[in-house]
Design a protein around this ligand. Structure first.
Ligand SMILES: [Zn+2]
Length: 392
């Protein structure tokens, strides 16, 4: 007994199987919405008709919904809940009837997205930006405090650049105002998706060169250690190699050398070029990226059309993914960093001192490679023990 024959099966093939079974076992099937006995030819015909009508309705309604979404997508209207950064206002005609909705910027929320983007492009870690937002009393879309993860999700939305997305593909411009310009948004996406981006512990880094300076003995990254007591002796803040234990230097002394180098570099007349990027390399890497993405799309199409198997698809994409990551890294390396441009020019020292620790770290990391050489026991620190190489 079923409520209605529509509920019994939704596909004609299922119904045929059921009819065969009913026939083989002499079972009478009954439905509340009109008795259907699959044991009689008339009953089977009724069932087939009702079944195919129900199936047609399922297809129609999902197609209707999909078409509606696509139409809205193509016309640049948004559907669903209003996104963070926006407010939706009704469009009312002269008769007072609501004709649709228009999206406007939510001034405070849009400002949160803009500020967070600027700070992340300037090298601050997501978590640090999230906690800075929480200190201002700002709340994430769910009404809870921001976390690095929620902030990342909000910042990576194509709609923030005014781009309309349908089924994960950008299909054009939306009819809402953009919060971020295309350039900032593209750089932000490249940065947040950068596989080399160190995630995790960055939020709590307290030492300028922790994880940046390299051990001159083994090549590992040095870690900072706060001032502490060891027995009766006071140990100063230091950078140490936790891999070979051959390098341990007073952090203040190393920081002083490195900061002096950076300031001297930023004071030079050609310093503005440092952060201008390399547009030729950028063009090369971008076209290579598009080519790889086209090949990935082609593989997906071939798989969808049954021309290649799932394992061929997997092998093909596994070969292309590392190449994609590589060119994305090249794009980041070649992109201009206007956020740093304001550091350059006369009076660098004062501006440098006004920077946050995260931002200083980002500049040092971009600008140079710092290696701290091992020294004999008890040997006093000398600036020559800090080796450096400019990367820009
Ligand atoms: Zn080492």
């Amino acid at each position: 007994m079923v409520w209605d024959i529509d509920r019994l099966t939704r596909t004609p093939a299922e119904l045929e199987t059921l009819i065969d079974l009913a026939e083989a076992h002499g079972v009478a099937l009954a439905s509340v919405g009109g008795e259907v006995d699959l044991g009689t030819p008339q009953g089977r015909l009724t069932a087939r008709i009702k079944g195919s009508v129900a199936r047609h309705e399922v297809e129609q309604s999902s197609r209707r919904l999909k078409r509606k979404f696509l139409e809205r997508a193509e016309s640049g209207l948004s559907h669903g809940k209003v996104a963070y950064g926006y407010v939706r206002e009704p469009v009312i005609d002269e008769t007072g009837t609501v004709r649709g909705y228009t999206e406007l910027l939510h001034p405070e929320q849009a400002a949160v997205i803009q500020t967070a983007t600027k700070r992340i492009l300037a090298g601050e870690p997501l978590r640090a930006v999230a906690s800075a937002l929480n200190e201002t009393g700002s709340m994430s879309p769910s009404g809870k405090p921001w976390s690095g993860t929620t902030l990342r999700q909000v910042l990576l939305r194509d709609r923030n650049a005014g781009r309309r997305v349908h089924q994960k593909q950008v299909i054009g411009k939306g009819n809402w105002p953009a919060i971020l310009d295309d350039d900032s948004f593209d750089r932000l996406v490249a940065l947040l998706r950068d596989p080399r981006r160190r995630t995790g512990n960055n939020g709590g880094v307290k030492h300028l060169l922790s994880g940046i300076a390299i051990c001159g003995n083994c090549g590992e990254r040095l870690r900072g250690a706060a001032e502490h007591r060891y027995g009766k002796k006071k140990q100063p803040r230091s950078y140490a190699c936790q891999n070979c234990y051959k390098v341990r230097r007073k952090a203040d002394a190393v920081d002083e050398v490195v900061e002096a180098l950076v300031i001297a570099r930023l004071e030079r007349p050609d310093a503005a070029d440092l952060f201008a990027g390399d547009s030729d390399a950028m063009t090369r890497a971008t076209s290579e990226k598009l080519a790889i993405e086209a090949r990935l799309d082609l593989l997906a199409d071939q798989f969808a059309d049954g021309l290649i198997t799932g394992s061929q698809l997997e092998r093909g994409t596994a070969r292309l993914r590392p190449k994609l990551a590589e060119v994305e890294a090249q794009i980041i390396a070649a992109s201009p960093s206007p956020e740093y441009a304001e550091l350059v020019g006369p009076g660098v020292r004062a501006r440098w001192e006004g920077q946050s620790l995260d931002r200083k770290r980002a500049v040092i990391d971009a600008l140079m490679r710092v290696t701290v050489l091992p020294s004999g026991a008890g040997q006093r620190f000398s600036p020559e023990q800090v080796e450096f190489e400019w990367s820009l």
